[in-house]
Design a binder for this molecule. Structure first.
Ligand SMILES: CC(C)(COP(=O)(O)OP(=O)(O)OC[C@H]1O[C@@H](n2cnc3c(N)ncnc32)[C@H](O)[C@@H]1OP(=O)(O)O)[C@@H](O)C(=O)NCCC(=O)NCCS
Length: 162
């Protein structure tokens, strides 16, 4: 399996992947609504390829936290169900986070299961420090520091960062 930048021709297959992974309920999620209207960061959008088949995808959106730049929202991350168990999700995250850390980003956030995302280096956020517009289970809001100690420098409401 190889990871490469997402290309325009990958669009339909990524859409299929998102339909399979998230289902129709995906449009109602708070993370989805934060991203709505925002653009994915093009050079952080990656796909995982097994030979000619697209098996996974990761994208990021720039966000502001309390009006401050330098943060990303990770997602969607998805891997086709019949391809799970190849560490594809972890490898996509590692590659995306590594690229982001080479740019000017300091922090990446996501909403997800700590049991999985701690394997990629994510950790919990102190209650109330960062707020998502819309309902979100705060225990599922996680952060990855792209620069050491970055989390302490961010607080407040998340909004789209453009
Ligand atoms: C979540 C998802 C991206 C994981 O991708 P994957 O390539 O199948 O997972 P990986 O191979 O990277 O998993 C590596 C390890 O994490 C474990 N793992 C996978 N999903 C897990 C979960 N939800 N909770 C805890 N551990 C999990 C695996 O068992 C494996 O464990 P190991 O290190 O002991 O072998 C994929 O299952 C998926 O697309 N799910 C549906 C969409 C989704 O929920 N996306 C995330 C929200 S944006």
């Amino acid at each position: 399996m190889k990871i490469r930048p997402e290309l325009p021709i990958d669009g339909p297959q990524i859409e299929r992947l998102h339909r399979e992974a998230f289902g129709p309920g995906r449009f109602a999620k708070s993370a989805y609504r934060v991203r709505e209207g925002g653009e994915f960061v093009q050079d952080l959008s990656l796909v995982a390829m097994d030979e000619e088949r697209l098996v996974g995808s990761i994208r990021f959106t720039q966000i502001l936290i309390g009006g401050k730049q330098g943060a990303l929202l990770l997602g969607p991350l998805a891997v086709f169900r019949d391809y799970s168990g190849h560490r594809c999700g972890l490898r996509l995250m590692a590659a995306g986070l590594d690229l982001a850390s080479q740019q000017d980003y300091q922090l990446a956030l996501l909403v997800g299961d700590i049991a999985y995302y701690q394997k990629a280096g994510f950790k919990g956020i102190p209650a109330g420090q960062i707020l998502m517009p819309g309902p979100v289970d705060m225990a599922r809001m996680l952060a990855f520091e792209l620069t050491s100690g970055a989390l302490a420098g961010f607080g407040g409401l998340i909004s789209l960062g453009h």
